[in-house]
Design a protein around this ligand. Structure first.
Ligand SMILES: Nc1ncnc2c1ncn2[C@@H]1O[C@H](COP(=O)(O)OP(=O)(O)O)[C@@H](O)[C@H]1O
Ligand SMILES: [Mg+2]
Length: 367
């Protein structure tokens, strides 16, 4: 089968068009080593072409006409950037791995995602969105604030994050705030640096987990749960998996012992987490693979923090990437993990290896 791998490479400097761009602009993109590792895994069984997800991608798809696309492209611009390559592929009726543009765009907006979860009765921390600095005072309880109709008044401590980022972009150690001054400071920082709204969430103080999932329908598999161990962080910092924790304090040369996998959890909590994640998967119509971040409240009950339908997969064990870590704990090597994602899409789309693509139905909602 001819498989195209689509990706966005990390660049050395931030783009001039968006000057001044935040220093973590490319944090979600892949490095060359990851692209090479995915390509090598696909090449064990298929012919692989590389297509960088830039403005030329559409023409490349038209000239290459791959049977299937393995998509890890994060996109560069806009609130629906993760949906752009899948949208092009739907236009060209080329099948691809992973969720459809609707799900990808939805999950990139943390607030809209949580609204869907709330509508389904799936636990997720209370939140509000601040689009301007002067909305901050109306978000929190006390100070005589009146909530907007139907909106909760939040209670400190709170976590402030950019609305539409991932990889802990913009979630620095100071993003956990305990008072009005801290809240105003962090919302101001997000608005100025990312030029997008800030989502303000009630802080959950309990244990944190991340859950990798693979497959579809009856073959959907929940991989061993990863726990994030905050006791491995430098002393004195906040217990959040911040940008510094992901990218500064944890290096391949000196990895932090930040993950426990399989997490040491009792059967009751394990079942609760699995049920929460399966319900989330269904509510958001996820396909083939995803990683769901979960954190417990003060009573030990798990809530969904956010959903990653394009999870990062750094190849080396020392790089501490959650999805490959969970896969290894389930006995799946990196190459088998990549192949399982591809095979899930092949089965979902009704393709047969070696026989070329069978045109999938126009609506592409195959599950
Ligand atoms: N409401 C919250 N309560 C507790 N910790 C949180 C909350 N929101 C975010 N965090 C911490 O910040 C980290 C990054 O937030 P997350 O929403 O997962 O962003 P990203 O999409 O960048 O991964 C989480 O892994 C968690 O440690
Ligand atoms: Mg996360």
């Amino acid at each position: 089968m001819k498989v195209a791998l689509t990706y966005n490479l990390k660049k050395d400097s931030t783009p001039v068009q968006d000057s001044p761009a935040p220093p973590d602009f490319y944090a979600e993109c892949d490095d060359q080593e990851t692209v090479d590792a995915i390509r090598a895994a696909l090449a064990e069984f298929h012919t692989v072409v590389l297509i960088e997800a830039d403005e030329d991608a559409y023409e490349r798809f038209r000239s290459e006409r791959p049977d299937l696309v393995f998509n890890v492209a994060e996109g560069t611009w806009g609130a629906a950037r993760e949906a752009q390559i899948p949208a092009m592929l739907e236009m060209l009726r080329i099948p691809y791995t992973g969720s459809d543009p609707v799900t990808l765009a939805l999950c990139l907006d943390k607030a809209r995602t949580k609204e869907v979860l709330q509508a389904r009765g799936i636990a997720t921390p209370q939140f509000r969105v601040a689009e301007t600095a002067d909305q901050v005072a109306g978000l929190v309880a006390g100070r005589g604030a009146l909530p907007a109709p139907g909106a909760p008044l939040l209670r400190f401590p709170l976590v402030v994050k950019p609305l539409s980022e991932g990889s802990s972009k913009g979630i620095v150690d100071t993003a956990l705030v305990r008072d009005a001054d801290g809240l105003a400071r962090e919302v101001g920082r997000v608005l100025a640096l990312y030029r997008e709204p800030a989502i303000v969430e009630e802080y959950l103080p309990g244990r944190e987990f991340t859950v990798a999932m693979l497959g579809n329908g009856d073959t959907l598999q929940v991989l061993p749960v990863v726990e994030i161990r905050f006791d491995s962080l430098p002393s004195g910092v906040n217990p959040i998996y911040s940008y510094e924790a992901k990218w500064v304090w944890d290096t391949a040369e000196k990895p932090l012992e930040i993950f426990d996998c399989p997490a040491r959890i009792d059967r009751e909590l394990a079942l609760e987490i699995e049920t929460l994640c399966r319900r989330t998967w269904d509510a958001l119509r996820i396909r083939d693979w995803a990683r769901i971040d979960v954190r417990c409240d003060a009573q030990g009950r798990p809530h969904v923090l956010e959903v990653n339908p394009l999870p990062g997969i750094l190849p080396q064990a020392e790089q501490n990437s959650c999805f490959p870590k969970a896969a290894r704990a389930a006995g799946l090597s990196y190459n088998v993990l990549v192949r399982r994602v591809l095979d899930s899409a092949i089965a979902r789309c009704g393709l047969r290896a070696g026989s070329g693509a069978i045109a999938p139905p126009a609506h592409f909602s195959l599950r």
